[in-house]
Design a binder for this molecule. Structure first.
Ligand code: PHE
Length: 351
């Protein structure tokens, strides 16, 4: 029996040497230390031995078992170490390789323009006033001096929404001008006897129920401006807006004001800047005129001042409205306004 145990051990250790994988190791464990293995069998056979032989044989069987278990544990550790060394070899990281670039998002070109407009007017002391997208007919038209059947109301075909009344329907604002009334009324409510002057810009989305073309969208942004105070003149309007153009386009750009008409301003004017593509010579961008129209403006109509709560005998003001889409198109010579909503990265990534 002792000889037999010796050869069980020798055989076990020899085969363990050849084990090279996790699976082989498991198989070896079952075969050499499992319930039906030779050592385990030897323990079972102890009973058949004589009384005097039994202790020595039992001890020897135990030694073989311990030896095999020890060798197994060693082999397991060695295998693991080998795997780690191997993975260090094959999964090597080359820290000198250049990194992979994380794609960065960016601001929409119109947002960039809006922010620049805001920055320029902030430098001139204008605050940002935010107003609602859903307006009433009263605010969008009536308080702005549009008579009920004024043709300009047809010009701004509107998206009506549920919830209004027959006399005062709800609609998506067709321009940012109704914010003028909100801003004035708020200032008056704060101090009715001596309302503070107003100097605000009002950026926001506007909506018009129109045919979508290369030049007009049903959804677009506007930046409105409003200054109300004592002794504000048309000179202030011209100075402020010309200065804006110089800061936005270039320090030498020339501006001109053309008489125009809006129900809520009197007098009204549109401002042109000298075409920065041809420098005023005439080119396709300015349609050979040398000038580009960039905004509408005027002195706040007395009725509008009154509707805002300001006495037109004491207060005056100017207002203007510009379209960031148009400014962006002029600046980058974008020929179709529909690109702005198309979400095409090939377009957006250029800005
Ligand atoms: N609200 C006018 C428009 O949408 C622009 C404007 C604003 C004109 C303020 C004059 C004064 O066309």
């Amino acid at each position: 029996m002792l000889d037999e145990l010796k050869s069980i051990e020798k055989d076990g250790l020899a085969t363990l040497e050849k084990v090279a994988s996790e699976a082989d190791l498991q198989a070896w464990r079952t075969k050499h230390l499992g319930r039906n293995s030779a050592v385990m069998q030897a323990f079972k056979n102890l009973g058949a031995l004589g009384k005097d032989e039994r202790p020595a044989a039992g001890q020897a069987a135990n030694q073989v078992k311990v030896a095999l278990e020890g060798a197994l544990a060693k082999r397991e550790t060695a295998l693991k170490a080998g795997r780690v060394a191997q993975s260090l070899e094959t999964e090597q990281v080359d820290v000198t390789l250049p990194g992979r670039r994380v794609p960065l998002g960016r601001l929409h070109p119109v947002t960039q323009t809006m922010r620049e407009i805001r920055r320029i007017f902030a430098e001139m002391g204008f605050q940002v006033y935010r107003s609602r997208d859903v307006e009433t007919d009263v605010y969008n038209f009536q308080l702005l001096n549009f008579p009920p059947n004024h043709p300009a109301r047809e010009m701004q075909d509107s998206f009506y929404v549920e919830g209004g009344s027959d006399e005062n329907p709800l609609l998506l604002r067709t321009h940012t001008s109704p914010g003028q009334i909100h801003a004035m009324r708020e200032a008056v409510a704060r101090d009715p006897d001596n309302p503070s002057p107003v100097r605000i810009i009002l950026p926001g989305m506007c909506y018009r129920y129109e045919q979508i073309t290369a030049r007009s969208e049903i959804q677009f942004t506007q930046v409105e401006g409003l200054a109300v105070g004592k002794r504000i003149t048309f000179g202030d309007l011209k100075g402020t807006l010309s200065d804006f153009a110089r800061r936005f386009f270039n320090p030498d750009v020339r501006t001109r004001f053309r008489a125009s008409h809006f129900p809520f301003t009197e007098p009204s004017a549109e401002m042109d800047v000298e075409c920065f593509v041809c420098g005023g010579e005439g080119c396709p961008v300015c349609k050979q005129t040398g000038w580009l129209e960039i905004l509408g403006s005027g002195m706040v109509h007395p009725n509008v001042l009154r509707n805002g709560g300001y006495d037109p005998e004491v207060y005056s003001g100017f207002a203007f409205g510009m379209g960031p889409e148009r400014l962006t198109m002029l600046r980058y010579r974008i020929e179709d306004i529909r690109y702005f909503w198309r979400n095409d990265l090939r377009f957006l990534e250029q800005f």
